[in-house]
Design a protein around this ligand. Structure first.
Ligand code: AP5
Ligand code: MG
Length: 209
């Protein structure tokens, strides 16, 4: 299964990708997490990405396609993978096709902007592995500590309300058009994102059948 999870910032892509990854035994590839790791390590890619990410803008398509090309070539992707947050422009989707990355299914998690703005204030992420939590909707077992790796939970720098609004604008202007792109290929399925995490998961698994 080669799956793309589409959706606005905060729609729940990362949360769902983690569960599906465990259930199907395929890796979840989040370009956001890979870029945050690159920033932490001070790599050239990280230096290019930092200012854009802090402002809620997209990182250039060629940088993203280099990351994906390198990542999907690894052995753990042989039986499939989940792309979380990529592609994010039609140019990236076309780039994936040129790279020969053949996608089976695209699930768009649908949710209104107002719900997202509320959600983001409660998000906490693991500073080590990037796993996503929410103070009320999806709390960790131990306050402030990641269930998966024991890392410290932090507030993401781009979760400030004004940056969230900017990211939503970028989503509507540059990413939402991907729904039409994959609809035309017969690969798109829509899932209602404004319901409990388990219900979203159930609907996504049904959409994969
Ligand atoms: P990225 O890290 O991908 O951020 P994003 O797309 O803005 O999405 P988020 O990670 O914020 O949200 P999510 O959908 O994963 O939601 P989550 O599961 O955490 O990208 C960050 C930046 O990197 C971009 O702005 C850009 O600069 C750059 N970038 C990355 N990829 C790029 C690309 N391909 N091209 C160009 N630039 C790129 O859930 C959110 C919160 O809600 C959590 O607290 C969660 O616990 C909670 N929650 C989840 N589901 C539910 C539910 N059903 N009910 C209640 N709460 C829920
Ligand atoms: Mg995410």
């Amino acid at each position: 299964m080669k799956l793309i999870l589409l959706g606005a910032p905060g729609a729940g892509k990362g949360t769902q990708a983690e569960t599906i990854s465990k259930e199907l035994g395929i890796p979840s590839i989040s370009t956001g997490n890979i870029l945050r790791e690159a920033i932490k390590n001070g790599t050239p890619t990280g230096q290019k990405a930092k200012r854009l990410m802090d402002q809620g803008q997209l990182v250039p398509d060629d940088v993203i396609l280099d990351i994906v090309r390198e990542r999907v070539a690894r052995a753990d992707c042989q039986n499939g993978f989940i792309l979380d947050g990529v592609p994010r422009t039609v140019a990236q989707a076309e780039g994936l096709e040129r790279l020969g990355v053949c996608i089976d299914r695209v699930v768009s998690i649908e949710i209104e902007d107002a719900v997202i703005e509320q959600r983001m204030t409660g998000r906490r992420v693991c500073g080590v592995c990037g796993a996503s939590y929410h103070v009320t909707a999806n709390p960790p077992r131990q306050d402030g500590i990641c269930d998966l790796c024991g890392g410290e939970l932090v507030v993401r720098k781009d979760d400030k309300p004004e940056t969230v609004r900017q990211r939503l604008t970028v989503y509507h202007n540059q990413t939402e058009a991907l729904k039409g792109f994959y609809e035309n290929l017969g690969k798109l399925r829509l899932v209602e994102g404004n319901q409990p995490i388990e219900a979203v998961h159930r609907d996504i698994m049904n959409a994969l059948r």
